[in-house]
Ligand binder design. Structure first.
Ligand code: MD3
Ligand code: FE
Length: 200
């Protein structure tokens, strides 16, 4: 595994996972999932997204960026739930709160190609990921595109902290394994990534 990457399997118990899903249902009612498109080509993502917090990550023909409001409703993103802030404070090892929580929803054949997360100004802060629902095949590479990669299955309740040199490593989701969790009534997977965007 890459230095700086911490894998906390089963960090969240089922009760905590259920409470998080409940909080997310409320947030998604306020900030509906949208289908981002790739810069320039306009090709749609297979993952649907929304955000929580003062800033949210969006992708459209104009590019990737963080912005304070939902691209379709124009409203501010809902707040990051306290239980997620508490998780960040407990495990991130970073002294400032996150500003964005990207919510990715995978169903059907949704996947995410290998990419790096580099749109943040503060690259000293880690990215914290929470997996909920069906298990995903996560692929992790190194700092260069085209290097060696390895896979790790991410199950419901698993937490990953990408700090240090892992922060800028290539990563993606090959596929989600249907029927591997009963947390979400209609199946699928939710991934939350908590990010610090601006330099404190
Ligand atoms: C490694 N999400 O939203 S989370 C993303 O499961 C993203 O939805 C995937 O990649 C998902 O950008 C993977 C695990 C993850 C998140 C951020 C990372 C791994 C990372 C940043 C740097 C290195
Ligand atoms: Fe990513």
């Amino acid at each position: 595994m890459q230095p700086g990457l911490r894998y906390l399997p089963g960090h969240l118990g089922t009760d905590e996972q259920r409470l998080l899903v409940e909080a997310l249902r409320t947030a998604v009612a306020e900030a509906p999932l949208f289908i981002p498109v790739m810069p320039r080509t306009g090709r749609p993502f297979t993952v649907r997204m929304t955000n929580l917090g003062p800033l949210g990550w969006v992708s459209d023909r104009a590019g990737y960026r963080y912005q304070p409001s939902h691209p379709e409703t124009g409203r501010p993103w809902p707040a990051i739930p306290d239980r997620l802030l508490a998780l960040w404070r407990a495990v991130s090892g970073y002294p400032h709160d996150p500003e964005a929580c990207l919510v990715n929803f995978y169903n059907g054949g949704a996947k995410m190609g290998l990419h790096r997360d580099a749109d943040e100004e503060d690259l000293a802060a880690p990215v914290l990921s929470v997996s909920l629902g069906d298990t995903a095949v996560f692929r992790m590479g190194g700092p260069e595109r085209g290097g060696r990669t390895e896979t790790l299955k991410l199950a419901s309740g698993d937490v990953l902290v990408m700090g240090g040199s892992s922060r800028l490593c290539y990563h993606g989701i090959d596929r989600v394994l249907p029927g591997t969790s009963t947390l979400l009534k209609d199946g699928g997977r939710i991934n939350l990534t908590l990010r610090r965007v601006t330099r404190p």
